[in-house]
Design a protein around this ligand. Structure first.
Ligand SMILES: NC(=O)c1ccc[n+]([C@@H]2O[C@H](COP(=O)([O-])OP(=O)(O)OC[C@H]3O[C@@H](n4cnc5c(N)ncnc54)[C@H](O)[C@@H]3O)[C@@H](O)[C@H]2O)c1
Ligand SMILES: [Zn+2]
Length: 361
């Protein structure tokens, strides 16, 4: 497939085979040819993605590798300091370039480290998980966690480019693939009935080539973010499924036994919030059933327990997106259209949780 270029504000996202794209030429341009280059990886992307990057992009043959440990738990200021320290020791200067090769943890933290090192050096993202390819690739949100507070410290800043090669997905674990796929489902439900028609006929583990889905999803997110970069209005549609989903994710993470992946929690959240949309008479029962059947055919059932509702409500009340003590939701008005800032009562939310519970028992 030919490379697709999606123009965002200030940079482009390229979807397609890395070796056929313009990254190699870009790195040989006057701007980058003689500067010191660094590649940030974790142990998994070091093993599974770096060899492919090196073959596709010979201009990186002299780059220094910075390796950190994988996982959300390492997206913190201590690991970030390690990155700054290595850059410093290896005498990275203001013209140096950092390439972030990995999932959302590497992209968010590497982008943050680059944007603050010597008041900001250039960085390029090469996302290697489905979640980072269809979601973190657009919007310029960068940052780290502060203790258990996700993305508490960070900034919005653009990379010099994002290079999405769907081929990296071939080594990704199937639960990680499924997790990222929840964002694809979300993009269809909030923005495009036509996209939903396509998505609902397929499933994450049977797709051989993700190029078209990634291209469509990146385009949808890009259009939304371009119109409302600072999330004053429209960008909130991307939160569909995330109010309930983040609460479940946070609760399970705190419990810590076998925490849910982000997309697994969002899948539950999308069902609850679609039900809440039906109760407000903006989504039909038939559409809800279609959404449920599809989501439950992909994601493992989540054991929703009534005794956890008070904790889930506390998570929802503390959500960064709320103001004035209200719990704001994004609901769907038919498949393909979303409305935001919907203040929902505790009763409506509990109805949504109970609905999910009734489906999977
Ligand atoms: N900036 C944004 O707009 C944005 C959007 C969504 C999510 N995020 C952030 O992204 C993070 C989650 O991202 P994620 O799900 O990619 O997690 P991740 O970066 O932790 O990657 C998941 C796992 O997959 C491994 N991995 C990565 N690529 C691989 C490959 N090709 N083959 C095999 N293994 C591979 C990683 O080493 C890791 O163990 C969160 O911190 C979240 O806050 C940011
Ligand atoms: Zn998400």
């Amino acid at each position: 497939m030919a490379i697709k270029e999606i123009v965002s504000s200030g940079y482009s996202v390229y979807v397609g085979n890395l070796s056929q794209g313009n990254l190699n030429q870009k790195l040989k341009s006057d701007r980058y040819e003689s500067v010191s280059k660094f590649i940030l990886v974790d142990e998994n992307t070091l093993e599974k993605c770096l060899p492919k990057l090196m073959v596709a992009i010979p201009a990186l043959s002299n780059a220094e590798i910075i390796e950190i440990e994988s996982g959300e738990i390492n997206k913190n200021i201590d690991v970030c300091s390690q990155i700054w320290r290595v850059l410093s020791e290896l005498q990275a200067d203001r013209k140096s370039l950092l390439i972030n090769l990995g999932g959302g943890v590497i992209g968010d933290m590497g982008g943050f480290a680059a944007s603050t090192y010597k008041r900001g050096i250039d960085f390029i993202n090469v996302p290697t998980t489905l979640l980072s390819q269809v979601d973190a690739s657009v919007g310029g949100k960068l940052g780290i966690d502060l203790d258990s507070l996700k993305n508490q410290v960070g900034l919005i800043n653009n990379p010099e480019g994002v290079y999405v090669d769907p081929d990296f997905l071939s080594t990704l674990e199937s639960d990680q693939l499924r997790s990222g796929y929840a964002e694809i489902i979300k993009h269809a439900l909030i923005n495009s009935g036509d996209y939903w028609e396509k998505v609902k006929t397929t499933s994450p583990n049977t797709i051989n080539d993700y190029s078209d889905l990634i291209d469509t999803s990146v385009n949808i997110k890009n259009e939304v973010v371009k119109e409302d970069p600072r999330e004053f209005g429209l960008r909130k549609i991307l939160n569909f499924g995330h109010t309930v989903g983040h609460a479940i994710e946070g609760y399970e993470m705190e419990k810590g036994i076998a925490p849910l992946l982000h997309g697994e929690a969002i899948a539950v959240g999308m069902i609850c919030e679609a039900y809440m949309s039906v109760k407000r008479n903006i989504l039909s029962e038939k559409d809800l059933e279609e959404i449920n059947t599809y989501i439950l055919s992909i994601y493992p059932p989540y054991e929703m327990k009534q005794q956890t509702y008070p904790q889930l409500m506390t998570y929802m009340r503390n959500d960064k997106k709320n103001s004035d003590g209200k719990i704001n939701f994004t609901l769907i008005e038919g498949i393909g259209k979303a409305i935001w800032d919907q203040d929902c009562s505790e009763e409506e939310i509990i109805d949504g949780l109970n609905y999910y519970k009734s489906l999977v028992k």
